[in-house]
Design a protein around this ligand. Structure first.
Ligand code: FAD
Length: 457
């Protein structure tokens, strides 16, 4: 017998339940990845993620070849391509991981209806991309948790499955055609500092971070210059790491840093269970809120200054330049820049979310859209009107300005108070910062506008 394993956002060999099930029940397995035309058409295939994906596919193929197999790559309409492969190899089952966006659900339904007439079954597996599947833990009277803390309490009590070892051998049938793997160098518009993808990189990063980074995580995770977070988000996004394995290895290591890290992984599941229950939250306010955001046209200059990192608020500019350079941004930077765009400039969160998705290597519908909503106060934040002041936050999380000057070199050499408030430099010393701009908005004015808009003036 033959079965197909359809890889999507689970590009790994370790702890892969669909692959294990296929190997246990079939003589031969076709490991398949389809470059889905619908994802490209939806504009979701940003260069940074495509480049990272090519690394992941190359590494997955290499891992399969070490085990006697290879990756089959196709592109086009996903369901039709799968159906073609099923017909070519005579598979009786397609195994794939569950995913929770509206798009992923449609993909599953379409696969089932296209494959139905051939008699080929579709088997979908939970807890490949999440630790706890959406819908597993529920509050008394709703289809999802809207508040993180009670969700986390239930999440932490769940019994987790034991992570699976990578297979030793994968037998792939002869004669199944594959497109050549794409090359990273053929993708244009990639951020110069983009990390490398692939399961090998991911596992090495997890091991080294648990060994030498996790202990400092609890107190260091907000330290912008220290860069003490795991940087595992792109690996979790592409599934080169199993979240179940991450949690179990962190819990085995123990300590408050590892526990704080596990809590962040629960945030990841939290957003997925919100999105699974409210798929429209990817585009519409989760909480009904009558914001009359400035339109993209009215705020064009402010939006461009924010995107390009020249708002005149150094920590905001540093974070936005880091995003452009690396395709990644520190969580504290994401919180500050999102709050600044939505609450200080009063621009619609969707404008910011779209810009992030065009650059973020970990850009993810659940995490990006719902964290944007959280920051804009239209989502699950229980204090939706809180506003983060970029100057006080910068003094707290980048006290000597190291992070800021790393990304805004115009300010290098300034003493600590001025690096975060260069507009306070005495007249003659202003020449030192060249054409670094004055602030595009007065923070007090921005706050007053926001309070008025939310009816709190
Ligand atoms: P660590 O601090 O090491 O955390 C470990 C893992 O926990 C992360 O890799 C991530 O998978 C998960 N995690 C951490 N914080 C969150 C969170 N707030 N919500 C959900 N999961 C979390 N994360 C994405 O993965 N993709 C996105 O597109 C994304 N967009 C964001 C947009 C905004 C406006 C904000 C405020 C946050 C966003 N985040 C997103 C969440 C968070 O900023 C990143 O997951 C984190 O910065 C990644 O760095 P790390 O791997 O070093 O995180």
């Amino acid at each position: 017998t033959v079965s197909v394993v359809l890889f999507t956002c689970d590009l790994r060999l370790h702890d892969h339940p669909p692959l294990r099930a296929a190997l246990d029940t079939s003589d031969e397995v076709v490991p398949l990845f389809v470059r889905d035309r619908a994802v490209d058409a939806a504009g979701f295939a940003a260069p940074n993620r495509l480049a990272f994906l090519t690394d992941c596919l190359a590494d997955l193929d290499a891992g399969l070849r070490e085990r006697g197999g290879r990756l089959i790559l196709r592109s086009g309409d996903l369901a039709e391509e799968v159906a073609k492969v099923v017909a070519e190899c005579g598979a009786d089952t397609v195994h794939l991981a569950a995913d929770h966006s509206a798009y992923a659900r449609r993909r599953e339904d379409r696969l089932a209806s296209v494959l139905g007439p051939s008699g080929c079954a579709v088997q979908v597996y939970d807890t490949v991309s999440t630790v706890v599947a959406p819908g597993t833990v529920l509050p008394a009277s709703s289809d999802h948790f809207a508040v993180f803390t009670p969700y986390h309490r239930h999440w932490a009590r769940q019994t987790m499955r034991i992570p699976l070892a990578a297979p030793r051998k994968v037998n792939v049938p002869e004669g199944i055609g594959s497109e050549p793997l794409p090359a990273r160098r053929d993708i244009t518009g990639v951020s110069p500092g983009l990390a490398r993808g692939g399961e090998t990189q991911a596992r090495a990063r997890l091991t080294s971070w648990l060994r030498s980074g996790a202990d400092a995580y609890e107190e260091g995770h907000d330290d912008l210059a220290g860069d003490r977070t795991s940087r595992l988000s792109p690996h979790l996004h592409f599934g080169t790491l199993s979240p179940v394995e991450c949690v179990q290895r962190a819990l085995r290591k123990g300590g408050s840093g590892a526990e704080a890290f596990v809590r962040q992984l629960a945030w990841r599941d939290f957003h997925r269970q919100v999105l699974a229950a409210r798929p429209r939250a990817a585009h519409e306010n989760y909480r009904s809120q009558h914001d009359r955001w400035r339109t993209a046209d009215a705020a064009r200059e402010d939006i461009e200054a924010w995107q390009e990192g020249r708002t005149g608020y150094p920590v905001i500019d540093a974070a936005m330049r880091q995003l452009r350079h690396e395709g990644w941004m520190h969580n504290r930077g994401r919180l500050l820049t999102a709050c600044f765009l939505t609450k200080t400039l009063y621009v619609d969160w969707r404008v910011g979310a779209e810009h992030f998705l065009s650059l973020l290597v970990d850009g993810d519908v659940a995490n990006n859209q719902l964290n944007w909503q959280w920051s804009a106060g239209t989502g699950t934040d229980t204090r939706p009107n809180r506003v983060l002041n970029p100057v006080t936050q910068a003094k707290r999380y980048d006290p000597d300005g190291t992070y800021t000057c790393r990304w805004v070199p115009e300010l290098a050499g300034l003493e600590a108070p001025y690096v975060h408030e260069p507009w306070k430099l005495p007249g003659l010393e202003r020449a030192a910062i060249g054409d670094y701009p004055d602030p595009i908005v007065d923070l007090a004015d921005g706050l007053a506008r926001f309070k008025r808009a939310r009816g709190r003036a």
